[in-house]
Structures are given as C-alpha cells and as structure tokens.
Design a protein around this ligand. Structure first.
Ligand SMILES: NC(=O)C1=CN([C@@H]2O[C@H](COP(=O)(O)OP(=O)(O)OC[C@H]3O[C@@H](n4cnc5c(N)ncnc54)[C@H](O)[C@@H]3O)[C@@H](O)[C@H]2O)C=CC1
Ligand SMILES: Nc1nc(=O)c2c([nH]1)NC[C@@H]1CN(c3ccc(C(=O)N[C@@H](CCC(=O)O)C(=O)O)cc3)CN21
Length: 279
C-alpha cells in the first residue's frame, strides 16, 4: 500500500440487541486498525433512520471520522435538510449521498428528490462545503440504468453537482473497475473512485444480494463457491484468498484505497487484511 491509499469501513445499524452487541464488538476490533473513516448505512436491509443515528453516535464515540449514508428516495427536502442539520451539529463532516433502494413492487418512486445528483445539489445549496460528499459508482452498470453510457452520464452528473469522491458497488471483476475509472477520466474527471470490497463468507447470501444489486459473480467463481457446499470453513478460507488477491491487484494497479463492506463482521474483513499486509 502507498501512503495515500485509504482504508475505510462500512457498518449497518443493528435491528436488535444481539445484533447491536455484535456490531459494537466488530467495530471495536476493526477500528483499532485506524481506518480513514467509517460509513453507516441508511435504510439497507430494513434498518431505520433512528438506527443510523444511534450507530453514527456509537462510531463517533470510538473516535472515528464517521460518514452517515443519506438516501433521498421518499423524503422531502425539508426532512433531508433537518437530518443534515442534526449531523452538522454533532460534528459530522462527511456524508455518503445516495438515492437509496426502491422498496420492491413500487413503480415511480414518491418524494421530492429522485436521484442522487439532486441530493448532492441540495446538500451543496444548503450547506456549502461543510460536508465531504461521497457518491456510489457502478463499474458493472447500475441494474436500473438505461445503458452503460447513460449510467456514466448520471455518475458524471453527481460529480458535477459537487461530489468529492465515490465508492463503488462491489464487483468481482477487476477489469470492470479499471475500465470504469478510465471512462470517467476520459470525461475529464479525477475524483477518487474507491473500490467497495465485499468479503465472501456465505454463498447463498452473496448470490441473493448480488442478484438484487446487479453485481456479477463470474461463472468460475460461482462454481468454486458452490463446490464448498456446507463446508463453511473452507469457503471462508477460499473467499478470503480470492478477495485479498483482488484487493491487492486493485491497490497495485493504482486504486486510491479500499472501502470494506464489513456486514458488521470483523473476522471476514480481518481475514482479508491479514492476507493483504495492511495492518
Ligand atoms: N457505497 C454504497 O453505499 C453503495 C450503495 N449502493 C446502493 O445503491 C442504491 C442506488 O443509489 P445511487 O447509486 O445513489 O443512485 P443514483 O441516483 O445515482 O442512480 C440510480 C439509478 O438511476 C439512474 N439515474 C441517475 N440519475 C438519473 C437521472 N437524472 N435520470 C434518470 N435516471 C437517473 C442511474 O443510472 C441508476 O440506474 C442505493 O440504495 C445505495 O444504497 C450501491 C453501491 C454502493
Ligand atoms: N443496492 C445496494 N444497496 C445497499 O444497501 C448496498 C449496496 N447495494 N452495495 C454496497 C453495500 C453492501 N450492502 C449490503 C450487502 C449485503 C447485505 C446482506 O447480505 N445482508 C444480509 C443480512 C446481513 C446480516 O444480518 O448479517 C441478508 O441476508 O440480506 C447487506 C448489505 C449495503 N450496500
């Protein structure tokens, strides 16, 4: 790793007491390695806005630079501004600005702010440069995008609206990442685009989520993962080797850092780090 490459972590708000203890333990273990910042999801997997606020406070209590995710879908401008005012008052200076996932079965989504670029504009309009803003990027193309080029245009729109950096959807094809970065740079944009890294610990869960969010599991990788069946220990070992190999190539070929989707599980992320030589 070079000195400028950053490691950041993502957590999600727990839904119940046992999950809260798990999150707190995982966060303490991972934060000991001093990530550049941590992010906390909003609305993912049935979590609530209050859950994000609590988890954000907990991460701040550990001394972390903390970036709450903020989804705009279904919220009014006034609600979004109110949330941001609260964050500013509690010392938050970094936001991950997202559209958010559409509740399934809905057609055109309600609310006043429909896409992430409008949320970025709203933040800049009301708060100037108070917040450092990260947005999402899709090296394998967002599943709801009309085309790869339209998706790229929408990404550029978010940057022009004022985003400082981007975190990618997870992927298992390194070439897709570098192709995306090249296309963005070809449009004269040079914000850091940090690969989002998903540890592999559970094939069925990974397959379900990947199908939903449009991340491709390459055929050969899927076949290898399926082969482990119920042998979770071997699958985790193979998964950590694979993800670490990919992460190392990303760093070696110039990615500006790595953002780990920890899923509130310290072990899986630590297993990748051990193989990476970053601790
Ligand atoms: N780092 C993270 O937390 C990541 C989160 N996600 C999730 O993915 C979901 C999608 O959010 P974002 O990427 O922020 O949404 P976005 O608003 O940037 O894009 C969503 C979709 O709408 C299209 N689109 C964007 N602007 C448009 C416009 N003006 N007109 C027509 N179509 C437009 C895009 O091409 C894309 O298909 C979020 O729920 C987010 O949580 C995905 C990847 C990484
Ligand atoms: N479209 C989309 N929405 C998101 O919320 C999102 C992304 N993409 N990509 C990046 C990260 C990854 N996120 C994820 C990825 C997987 C699970 C997942 O597998 N959840 C489990 C439950 C996890 C647990 O409770 O331990 C599940 O079965 O759905 C959750 C959030 C959240 N982020």
């Amino acid at each position: 790793m070079s000195l400028t490459q950053t490691i950041s972590l993502e957590f999600f708000p727990p839904r119940e007491e046992s999950a809260r203890l798990k999150l707190e333990e995982a966060a303490r273990r991972l934060v000991a390695h001093r990530p550049a910042y941590v992010s906390v999801t909003y609305g993912a997997g049935g979590s609530t806005r209050a859950g994000t606020a609590d988890t954000v406070k907990f991460m701040q209590s550990l001394g972390c630079d903390t970036a709450p995710h903020l989804s705009c879908i279904g919220s009014s401008r006034a609600e979004l501004v109110e949330i941001l005012e609260g964050y500013r008052a509690q010392g938050i200076r970094r936001i991950v600005a997202l559209r958010g996932d559409l509740p399934s079965g809905m057609g055109r989504h309600p609310g006043e702010v429909h896409y992430a670029d409008e949320l970025v504009s709203l933040i800049r309009e009301h708060f100037g440069d108070v917040f450092h803003i990260e947005v999402a990027a899709y090296p394998e193309v967002h599943p709801q995008a009309g085309s790869a080029s339209k998706d790229l245009d929408h990404f550029i729109g978010k940057v022009k609206a004022g985003a400082n950096g981007a975190i990618t959807q997870y992927f298992f094809n390194v070439d897709a990442y570098f192709d995306f970065v090249e296309r963005v740079q070809g449009r004269g944009i040079d914000i850091p685009i940090v690969p989002g890294i998903m540890p592999i610990t559970n094939y069925k869960q990974l397959a379900r989520f990947s199908n939903m969010c449009g991340a491709e599991i390459p055929r050969w990788l899927e076949a290898r993962l399926v082969d482990f069946g119920d042998d979770m220990a071997s699958l985790r070992e193979f998964g950590a080797d694979f993800v670490a190999g990919m992460a190392q190539r990303l760093l070696d070929q110039g990615a500006p850092g790595l953002h780990f989707y920890t899923l509130n599980n310290a072990k899986a992320t630590l297993a990748v780090w051990q193989r990476l030589n970053v601790a």
